[in-house]
Design a protein around this ligand. Structure first.
Ligand code: COA
Length: 252
């Protein structure tokens, strides 16, 4: 499935995937999740794709799930486009590099936890305001963040939904590097992706599998459980009020 909001470009062995809905800060719709999933699955099948770079169009990486979609067509289970996308991302065997060209919210942040290398632009802000919206962490973030950052910091980011900067993310070891602007960030990511594309493919694939092996099963279980709670919470009065407030531009 393709959509004009997911753009792909090939440069030798690197597939560049751009989330491009700049007027909505690259908020992700059902069609966009489906297109991203198809793109990852096609990249898996295509032996000439040796690495994938994920970036955003305009001034944002992604403002997360489209909030109007949450109200109109909420996910219902494992077969929902968002959960299919998370599965494709979790299972993706080739190197995945992110160039975070601007703000990242919600799944715009949690998808980074599944990338092998992440670069972000100076000044980019990242937030996971799930609880603030009456929701719960998703995308494996309730497992991966405490593992990577320690519990206290993960609790600040997930329970309080505190924003953090690219610089903080680098200091915490959550990302690999910072670019002075969006172009420099993409250039950094592309440079690393080209290098990865030149590495022996089978060795890269098995090395990535080994690096992730100790969390494969628990990550699958966690994403399923998070998905179940998230779907339940989407129907709670608090979440419905918070999401409606955004859509109607009211403050709660
Ligand atoms: N879903 C749907 N539309 C979104 C969106 C989202 N997640 N994020 C931004 N948009 C839309 C806005 O409604 C606005 O549309 P409009 O021009 O038709 O009114 C447009 O994108 C620009 O957003 P705006 O809020 O005016 O930009 P900003 O720079 O002031 O703020 C954000 C940017 C991302 C901080 C703010 O839009 C925001 O908080 N979005 C929601 C993020 C979120 O909670 N995501 C879900 C997490 S689970």
């Amino acid at each position: 499935m393709s959509t004009p909001e997911i753009l792909t470009e090939r440069e030798e062995g690197v597939l560049r995937v751009r989330i491009h809905r700049p007027d909505k800060k690259n908020a992700l719709t059902l069609a966009m999740y489906a297109a991203l999933t198809a793109t990852l699955n096609e990249a898996t099948e295509d032996a000439t794709v040796r690495a994938v770079v994920l970036t955003g169009g305009g001034d944002s990486f992604s403002s997360g799930n489209d909030i109007a979609d949450f109200l109109a067509t909420p996910p219902t289970g494992e077969d929902s486009p968002v959960l299919r996308f998370l599965t494709a991302l979790r299972q993706f065997e080739k190197p995945l590099v992110a160039a975070v060209n601007g703000l990242a919210v919600g799944i715009g942040v949690t998808m980074l936890l599944h990338c092998d290398l992440v670069y972000a632009r100076t000044g980019a802000t990242l937030t996971m305001p799930f609880v603030n919206l009456g929701l719960c962490p998703e995308g494996g973030s309730s497992l991966l963040l405490p593992r990577r950052l320690g519990y206290p910091r993960a609790a600040e980011l997930l329970l309080l939904g505190e924003p953090f900067s690219a610089e903080q993310a680098l200091e915490w070891g959550l990302i690999n590097g910072i670019g002075v602007d969006a172009d420099a960030t993409l250039a950094l990511a592309m440079d690393r992706a080209r290098r990865l594309a030149q590495q022996p493919a089978a060795a890269v694939r098995l090395a990535k599998l080994l690096l992730k092996r100790n969390e494969t099963e628990i990550l699958r279980e966690t994403i399923t459980l998070e998905g179940r709670y998230f779907i339940e919470l989407l129907h709670s009065p608090e979440a419905v009020a918070a999401l409606r407030a955004f859509v109607e531009r009211r403050r709660t």
